[in-house]
Ligand binder design. Structure first.
Ligand code: AMP
Length: 419
């Protein structure tokens, strides 16, 4: 059966035209489920990660239910500046042909332009909680007309410690309102919040928590820690690695990797919270427009980074939190496109990798390239072209090597010799 088209969801001709101008043909599953309820004024709790089309899922009904030039009616709170900007940009696309005005408000930039902007009046504000509270306390925003509240990436907002700010905004909100909460995962804190702030909401799940968007091929490469840069260089030299987002655990690690890649002639930029907003925006622009092929980022870039056509995401360091893994790799394979997510796994990451697979409920293919592997371990199970012919050691020949020299399989065999 064909999935329902946008024109079957009850949205106006104006919105349909905006959607057509964006080139979207079919609603994503979360859109097909959330838009009709949203239009009826029903509260929605959506379990959906970025990449599922959740922004339009909450914004299309919001735009349909508000009036142009009547001041603030829709407030979206989200965790990061990048996401705020992205949601605001998407809103402008979806509001095309109307006089609805949308603005992103976030910290880390001067107050002056934001104060001037706020004086103009916006129907939709997409804000990070901290800066929004500042404006609220200075009475620069009036919440009395807000009939539509969205908490986007609620799990991440709570992780980032925004609960007090969220509570403060909720206190200042009219009781009569429609509320939507979207979250990639549903830990207890988010679940409780969702129950408290919504009324008779419908709960929609785009993908079960912990699963990834379809169309993403996932692989683990086992690698010696000191061979990680070389492995990355080897991989990015493949012609189909055309837009590569690399995540490192630390800012220093990101900077070092950027220098190394640059030295080897790979056009690279870096993005983390020590860079100010201008540098981050510039890095994103250069990456999005293809001026640099590789963007090295810490988790700051993980959410809200919406660049089309990312072919590969590399977890240069295994994410500490399985949810971070899901969010990071969600940067590729967006809205139906194909993508590959590669994770570098050292012997020390074996435990983290196991628990990641356990949480995801699936086993991820492991590849070994003899030149980079802990132990020049067995040839790839999946077959790979990058082998340089170094002889793989016998999996039994562990001898007196240290744990960091062992492949995951060897280490596993030692820890759990089996029957
Ligand atoms: P989101 O999950 O809202 O961040 O959306 C992920 C990406 O998918 C964004 O680049 C959207 O522009 C795009 N997108 C959203 N809905 C659709 C759709 N129905 N068809 C094609 N692309 C879409």
């Amino acid at each position: 059966m064909d999935p329902a088209g946008f024109n079957e969801l009850g949205i106006s001709e104006l919105s349909l035209a905006a959607i057509e101008a964006l080139g979207w043909e079919t609603p994503t599953p979360i859109q097909a489920k959330a838009i009709p309820s949203g239009l009826e004024g029903v509260d929605v709790v959506g379990i959906a990660q970025t990449g599922t089309g959740k922004t339009a899922a909450f914004m299309i009904p919001a735009l349909e239910r508000i009036r142009s030039r009547k001041g603030l009616q829709v407030l979206v709170l989200c965790p990061t500046r990048e996401l705020a900007q992205q949601v605001s940009d998407d809103t402008q696309g979806l509001a095309k042909g109307t006089e609805i005005r949308a603005e992103a408000i976030f910290g880390g930039v001067g107050y002056g332009p934001q104060i001037e902007a706020l004086e103009q009046g916006f129907e939709v504000i997409v804000a990070t909680p901290g800066r929004f509270i500042d404006h609220m306390q200075s009475k620069r925003v009036d919440l009395s007309g807000v009939g539509y509240l969205v908490l986007d990436e609620a799990d991440r907002m709570l992780d980032m410690g925004f609960r007090p700010q969220i509570e403060q905004v909720l206190k200042g909100m009219p009781r009569e309102r429609q509320t939507m909460l979207f979250s990639a995962t549903m830990p207890h804190g988010v679940h409780d919040l969702a129950l408290r702030i919504t009324q008779e909401a419908i709960w929609i799940e785009a993908t079960p928590p912990g699963t990834t968007a379809e169309g993403i091929e996932e692989v683990f490469y086992s690698v010696k820690p000191d061979k990680k840069p070389d492995l990355l260089l080897e991989l990015v030299s493949a012609p189909d690695w055309d837009q590569v987002l690399v995540f490192t655990r630390t800012k220093a690690g990101a900077d070092m990797l950027e220098s190394r890649l640059q030295r080897e002639g790979v056009a690279t930029d870096v993005m983390h919270s020590n860079r100010h907003m201008k540098q981050r925006t510039r890095a994103l622009d250069r990456f999005a427009t293809g001026k640099v092929r590789v963007l090295v980022a810490t988790d700051v870039a993980q959410r809200g980074l919406d660049v089309e056509g990312i072919s590969h995401v590399v977890n240069y360091d295994v994410p500490l939190d399985p949810e971070d893994y899901v969010h990071r790799i969600g940067r590729t394979g967006r809205a139906g496109a194909k993508g590959t997510a590669v994770t570098f796994v050292t012997a020390a990451d074996l435990g983290a990798m196991k628990s990641l697979e356990h949480r995801l409920g699936r086993t991820i293919e492991r590849l070994h390239l003899p030149d980079f592997d802990y132990a020049g371990a067995p040839q790839s199970e999946g077959g790979t072209t990058a082998s340089r012919g170094k002889k793989a050691r016998s999996p039994h020949g562990i001898g007196s090597r240290s744990a960091s020299d062992l492949s995951p399989e060897e280490l596993e065999a030692l820890l759990d010799p089996g029957p």
